[in-house]
Structure formats: structure tokens, C-alpha cells
Design a protein around this ligand. Structure first.
Ligand code: SF4
Length: 448
């Protein structure tokens, strides 16, 4: 170890100044070998020397302390190593964190860049699509423009083919409709296909009667009357006219001459005047005066209840006799008037034109108990549906049983318009119909 610098006090500086003056005034004397090095008297050098000496002393102290510590704790070198290891670990962790941060920042930057790229690409995509769309549209326009004539030709051919197919279909439909119509007609008119046996005709005829009974359960004579004499007179007047006209005429007539005696006593001109609305009033006047006198003279003023007697009266035939017998006396009878004869022929019950022969043919088909009501039902149907000129076949409930189906209108809607009286929504013929009649009563005759 060298010499330790000595710390000097302020008094020592004054002495140094004086001594320096002295030194500066003479040449430095040569140092003797082995003599100690004189202390530097420069203050600055002195302070720096002091500082360096302090540093040296402190360093020496610290190194000495360390050495001393090392020397003092020779048994604890692991702690120092641990500290060093810790520092190394800390450094590594810090380095890792820094590396992680850098990686995160680089990733974020990369994602940002990618996003920017995507957005830029997305912004460019619609434009590209639009461009592609416009290109496509232009291409299609060009294609249409170039292929337009061909397409027109194709459509024309297609339209022609469609027309042909439609025409074929309609023709097929028409043929099918014709076939079905013929089939239905054949079904409705089985007798037209092959000759009908007598038994089959009778069965069909009786079935028609049942069908008509269901259709007209209220069937009745359509002449207003209150006794056999009024019915007899009304039936005579009904020739060549309608029951409605008779019903509108008889109230005034029966009010003037209610009995055979009263009528027989009337002047012909007066009677003609009363029955004029029914037509053929002169001939009818002769008949009424003659039968009234006969009733008065031969039958005591009463109407006989036998056919044989009735047909002896002036102007009374089988038809009138049957009407009176059937409706005033409850004696079964078939009334063959113009309606009954026409329908009996259309039904195939008879081929006769004479009323008596028609009556005979029909009487052979039906039991006697059905005669009167059968007459009313057939006449009802003839007046409402099966008209002489325009039968409403399309609206006829018994068309499947009728061989004459098709003689009239077969269109249902058109046929429906041909229905009359209660079926056509019109008033009936009687001014005083039975209580069960579903239609409206006939109006009285209008004043002249
Ligand atoms: S309307 Fe026609 S289907 Fe009916 S009974 Fe008369 S003809 Fe026959």
C-alpha cells in the first residue's frame, strides 16, 4: 500500500501560500534518494487528489467490503448465483414480453393491412360485378339481337303447334262430349236402343207414375167447383180453352144460375153472354141448356154418378164423365185430354190418337185405383214441363224414363225457363186452389 494523503486544515493553506512563494522564488532542490514525495500544495490538485483519494478510498472500501463480504459469506455463494439467475430470468422474461409485444403489433399491423386490402377489394368488387353485369347484358342483348329472328320463328312454330294441339284437344273434347251425350241419352232412353218388352214398359210406366206422384203431391183438378153440377158445367166449358179462363168465368155464371133448374131456365142469349170468354159460346150454350134440362127432367136435378148416365147428357163424353166421376164421386177414371194423350204417346204407353183408345191402353197398364190421380199427375206434367211445342227435357225429372227425351230443349238453363205455373214461379189456374198447393192462386178476370 502507498502513502495515504493527509487532510490539511485552512491554516495549512496559509502556510502553503507562504511556502509556495518561497518555493517559486528558488529552484527546486534535488530529491534525495529514498526521500518521501512532497505533498502537492496546489489547491485544485489538492481537491482532485482528495476526491480521487476519496474515490479510491471508497472503492477500496467497497471492494474491501465486497471482498470482506465475500470473505465473510463464503458459505452463501448460491444466493448470489440465485440473484444472478433471477436477473437473467427477469431479463429473459422482459425479452419475451418485448418479443410478444412486437409480435402482437406486427400481427395487428398485418390484420390492418389485410382489412385495408379486403375493403379495397370489396370496394372494387361491385364495380367489377357491375362491369361483368353490363358485359353480360350487352352480350345477351347481342345474342337476342342476333337470335331474334330464330326465336320469332321458334315461337311461331310453337304457337302453331299449340293451336294444333288446342284444336285437337277441343275436337277430342267435342267427340268425348258427343259420346257422353249419346251415352246419357242412351241411358235416359233405354227403349230407343232396343225394342222394349211389354213387361219392361209397364214397369217403366208405373215408375213414371211414382216419380210424378213425388213431383206433384198436390196434383188436383184445376177447375174451381163446389159440387158435381159446377164441375160438370166447368168441364163442358173447358173444351178448347184453358182452365184458367173457365175459372175466371164460372164465378159470375154460378152466381146467376147455381142449379140445373136455374140454368135450364135461362135465356140462351143471357147464357151466351155469361160464357162468352171461354170461346165457342153458342155451342157451349146449347150443351149447358140441354144437360141442365136433362138433369132437371131425368135425374131429378142431380148429377148421376155413373158413366153410362153421364155420357147420355148433351155435350158430355167419356172425358167429361170421367172427370166428374173421379173428382166429384170418387169413381176412378182416366181423363184423356190433349195433354194426357200427348204424354201417353211420348212415354210409349200408347200409339193411338183417339182418346177412347188411349184411355183403353193406359187403363191396361195401371191399376184402377191409380186412374184418377194418374190423370191429374200426367196433365200437371204436360202443362208445366212437357209442353206440346217446347217440352223442357233439360229440366224434366223423369227424363231418364222417357223415350222421347230430346224432343224438346235439353239445355238445363234454357229448359228451366220453359217451366210454367208453380214450377216457373207463375200463378196457378185456380182462383181457389187446394190448401196444399205450393203456387199462387190465379187472379180473377180483369174488368172489361
Ligand atoms: S219433357 Fe221431354 S223428357 Fe220429359 S216427359 Fe216430356 S218429352 Fe219426355
Amino acid at each position: 500500500m502507498g502513502e495515504q494523503p493527509s487532510f490539511e486544515g485552512p491554516n495549512a493553506d496559509k502556510s502553503d501560500k507562504s511556502s509556495s512563494r518561497v518555493v517559486s522564488g528558488r529552484k527546486p532542490a534535488g530529491r534525495k534518494p529514498g526521500a518521501s514525495r512532497p505533498a502537492v500544495k496546489d489547491p485544485m490538485a489538492n481537491t482532485s487528489a482528495r476526491k480521487t483519494s476519496v474515490i479510491k478510498t471508497s472503492a477500496s472500501k467497497t471492494s474491501a467490503g465486497k471482498k470482506a463480504a465475500v470473505k465473510q459469506t463464503p458459505e452463501k455463494p448460491a444466493a448470489a448465483e440465485k440473484a444472478v439467475m433471477k436477473k437473467a430470468v427477469m431479463k429473459k422474461a422482459a425479452a419475451k414480453k418485448a418479443a410478444a409485444k412486437k409480435a402482437v403489433t406486427t400481427r395487428a399491423a398485418a390484420t390492418k393491412k389485410a382489412a385495408v386490402g379486403k375493403t379495397s377489394a370489396g370496394a372494387e368488387a361491385p364495380a367489377a360485378e357491375k362491369a361483368a353485369g353490363t358485359k353480360k347484358a350487352a352480350a345477351t342483348k347481342k345474342a337476342v339481337a342476333t337470335t331474334a329472328p330464330a326465336a320469332a320463328k321458334k315461337t311461331a312454330t310453337k304457337a302453331a303447334a299449340a293451336k294444333d294441339t288446342a284444336a285437337k284437344k277441343t275436337a277430342a273434347k267435342k267427340t268425348a262430349a258427343k259420346k257422353t251425350a249419346t251415352k246419357t241419352a242412351a241411358k235416359k232412353a233405354p227403349a230407343a236402343r232396343k225394342p222394349e218388352s211389354r213387361v219392361a214398359m209397364v214397369r217403366r210406366a208405373r215408375r213414371i207414375n211414382r216419380e210424378l206422384a213425388e213431383l206433384y203431391p198436390y196434383a188436383h183438378p184445376e177447375l174451381d167447383f163446389t159440387n158435381p153440377f159446377e164441375l160438370l158445367v166447368a168441364t163442358v166449358l173447358s173444351a178448347q180453352t184453358t182452365d184458367l179462363r173457365v175459372n175466371q168465368t164460372t164465378p159470375r155464371l154460378f152466381a146467376v144460375c147455381p142449379t140445373p133448374e136455374d140454368m135450364a131456365a135461362m135465356a140462351p142469349e143471357r147464357l151466351e153472354e155469361l160464357i162468352r170468354p171461354t170461346g165457342f159460346f153458342r155451342a157451349k150454350t146449347r150443351s149447358l141448356l140441354g144437360l141442365s134440362a136433362a138433369l132437371r127432367d131425368r135425374f131429378g136435378g142431380e148429377v148421376p154418378g155413373r158413366l153410362e148416365d153421364l155420357v147420355t147428357l148433351p155435350g158430355v163424353g167419356r172425358k167429361t164423365a170421367n172427370v166428374v166421376l173421379g173428382n166429384a164421386f170418387g169413381v176412378p177414371g182416366i181423363t184423356v185430354d190433349t195433354h194426357f194423350g200427348r204424354l201417353a204417346r211420348r212415354f210409349g204407353w200408347t200409339t193411338q190418337e183417339d182418346a177412347d183408345k188411349v184411355e183403353a191402353d193406359v187403363a191396361a197398364i195401371f191399376p184402377k185405383s191409380e186412374w184418377t190421380m194418374l190423370s191429374h199427375r200426367v196433365v200437371f206434367h204436360g202443362r208445366r214441363v212437357c209442353h206440346s211445342r217446347k217440352p223442357a227435357c233439360g229440366a224434366c225429372p223423369i227424363a231418364p224414363l222417357c223415350p222421347a227425351y230430346g224432343e224438346g230443349e235439353t239445355d238445363p238453363e234454357k229448359a228451366k225457363k220453359l217451366l210454367k205455373y208453380e214450377l216457373g214461379g207463375q200463378p196457378g189456374q185456380r182462383l181457389k186452389p187446394p190448401a196444399d198447393y205450393p203456387g199462387q192462386p190465379a187472379p180473377p178476370m180483369a174488368a172489361p
